[in-house]
Design a protein around this ligand. Structure first.
Ligand SMILES: Cc1cc2nc3c(=O)[nH]c(=O)nc-3n(C[C@H](O)[C@H](O)[C@H](O)COP(=O)(O)OP(=O)(O)OC[C@H]3O[C@@H](n4cnc5c(N)ncnc54)[C@H](O)[C@@H]3O)c2cc1C
Length: 503
């Protein structure tokens, strides 16, 4: 397994390092600054003389990862506090598309879909262009079936299995995110988890004698409040899509991309962990997802991936610019550099019919809201789209003739999506055009953890008492993400963190 980093060059353990130097300050990020600056300057916070509250485990952020961690720990008889910054639970998890990726399930078997951990692992590495950390992908794969069964036992209903980006067989298992979060919330309540709303965690506290993360300073009604964690603090505070400064720092081209996320996704947990030297992984690999309407009022809900059912994507000049079978994140990259950062999904009535049975390919609701153009001929469609008719006709003609020959001579599209399905000709009127853009739905880079979800510092050592799971971590996806593995990662690693934290 593992490209997991080993200890620092000098062979010092984190604890030994602290003992040798006699200074907690040296455990921070930038050694030069640390040697001269005061402790507070880089966030290392002194233990309070008296803690306001105490639990075995303090979990920061009540989204999918936070609830999974809290339930798992509470189910093992731990006293758990779950802090939530905003007035609502669920973060991005509760507004997500509900795709969860599992391999080898009963639902797949019932549909004759042959899948396995090995195939899943190799698909994940392929879609991540082998930039993902192997031991993290293996950790997902090793723990996924247990989490699937656990969710079923809790009462989560899996509605459908579908194909989506990066998969060589259908393995996206769809749930209602709202129902799922309600089930998790109810279970946490039943197990006695103390959920504290409107209480953002602000700083982690380290026990200076042991070098262990000992608790959290949060804020409640404008006042600081401390929570001691006798066993562990688990960071599940989500990503940083809504923090323009962090986006500008790590992924400048994304700083002004539209973002659709839970309101609390501002990178708080990342900063708290960085203050103690947490390492980072995959920060530049933030991609926007293609397939959203251009209408800013409804962008959060008006979305279709009809290109995975066979549509092509053309720009305002009426030309294709990408292999549409690629991850919608890579299609997003290509769309963001076209005129007005957009592309039209172009399809015919056959492809429209196919999309109706796919959760991500449906266009009926979008048509009802007037977001899709249609016309009996491509020339009339082009007029409505305000693109040159001759260019659009030529693009479709060339594509159809290439499909007939079995070779997309322009962009090499061989399938509908990833390695699944055969491309279709666009030939049966009426024709349709969905003007679409790309939006950031999450950040895929973050802090580094090991295969037990312990946070790893810049010297390769686990930070004692500190765990992390969900969108806050980096290294799982590499260059691009397979649909369903972000919400999946939150639930799977959250559960694992709840278990590991008590060992
Ligand atoms: C529109 C949309 C569609 C998506 N669709 C899919 C999909 O179909 N499949 C998929 O796999 N992924 C999808 N994703 C991504 C996926 O939903 C997320 O990556 C995943 O749910 C994140 O879970 P999480 O628990 O790590 O974070 P979140 O669910 O975002 O929860 C983090 C929580 O921490 C809280 N918090 C933040 N800072 C603090 C603090 N300082 N103190 C206390 N609390 C704090 C936040 O308010 C939030 O409640 C989608 C995302 C979006 C936005």
């Amino acid at each position: 397994m593992a490209t997991q980093k080993k200890g620092n060059k000098e062979g010092l353990t984190r604890r030994g390092f602290l003992k040798t130097t006699g200074s907690v300050a040296l455990a921070g990020v930038a050694a030069g600054t640390m040697l001269t600056g005061p402790r507070k300057a880089f966030g290392v916070t002194k233990m309070p003389d008296k803690w306001d509250n105490e639990a075995d485990v303090v979990v920061i952020g009540a989204g999918g990862a936070g609830f999974s961690a809290a339930i798992e720990a509470a189910g093992r008889k731990a006293k758990v506090v779950l802090l939530e910054k905003t007035p609502v639970i669920g973060g991005s998890s509760i507004i997500c598309g509900g795709a969860l990726t599992f391999a080898g399930t009963d639902m797949q078997a019932a549909q004759g879909i042959k899948d396995s951990n090995e195939l899943f692992y190799s698909d994940m590495m392929k879609v991540g262009e082998n930039q993902n950390i192997p031991y993290l992908v293996q950790t997902y794969v090793d723990n996924q079936m247990e989490t699937y069964e656990w969710l079923k036992q809790l009462g989560v209903k899996f509605l459908k299995v579908g194909i989506a980006s990066g998969m060589s067989v259908p393995r996206s298992h769809y749930v209602s995110p709202g129902d799922t979060l309600k089930i998790l919330n109810d279970k946490a309540k039943e197990l006695g988890v103390t959920l504290v709303m409107r209480t953002p965690a602000q700083k982690l506290v380290m026990d200076e004698k042991t070098g262990r993360i000992a608790g959290v300073i949060a804020e409640n009604r404008g006042k600081p409040i401390s929570y001691r964690a006798t066993k562990a603090v688990i960071l599940t505070s989500g990503g940083f899509s809504l923090n323009k400064d962090l986006l500008a720092k790590f992924v400048p081209p994304m700083a002004n991309a539209k973002a659709i996320n839970g309101l609390g996704n501002q990178g708080d947990g990342l900063k708290m962990a960085w203050a103690y030297g947490a390492d980072i992984q995959d920060m530049p690999y933030i991609k926007a997802t293609f397939g959203f309407t251009l209408d800013p009022k409804t962008i959060a809900k008006d979305f279709s991936l009809v290109f995975y059912q066979g549509a092509i994507v053309v720009n305002k000049e009426g030309k294709r610019f990408v292999d549409e079978s690629k991850s919608y994140k890579l299609v997003g990259d290509a769309a963001l550099v076209q005129t007005d950062a957009m592309g039209f999904q172009i399809y015919d009535s056959t492809i429209r019919e196919k999309g109706i049975s796919d959760p991500l390919g449906q266009t009926a609701g979008l048509e009802e809201r007037g977001l899709i153009y249609n016309a009996p001929t491509l020339a009339e469609l082009a007029q409505k789209m305000k693109v040159p008719a001759t260019a659009l006709e030529a693009t479709v003609k060339k594509y159809n003739s290439d499909i007939e020959k079995g070779i997309d001579s322009e962009f090499g599209r061989k399938t509908l999506v990833a390695s699944f399905g055969k491309p279709l000709k666009i030939e049966k009127p009426p024709f349709y055009a969905f003007p679409s853009t790309a939006a950031i739905l999450g950040t895929y880079g973050g802090i580094l953890i090991n295969d037990k979800t312990q946070v790893i510092d810049v010297f390769g050592n686990a930070i004692p008492g500190l765990y992390a799971a969900g969108e806050i971590i980096g290294g799982m996806h590499g260059a691009a993400y397979m649909t369903g593995t972000a919400f999946g990662k939150a639930l799977i690693l959250g559960k694992l963190a709840g278990k590991s934290a008590l060992k």
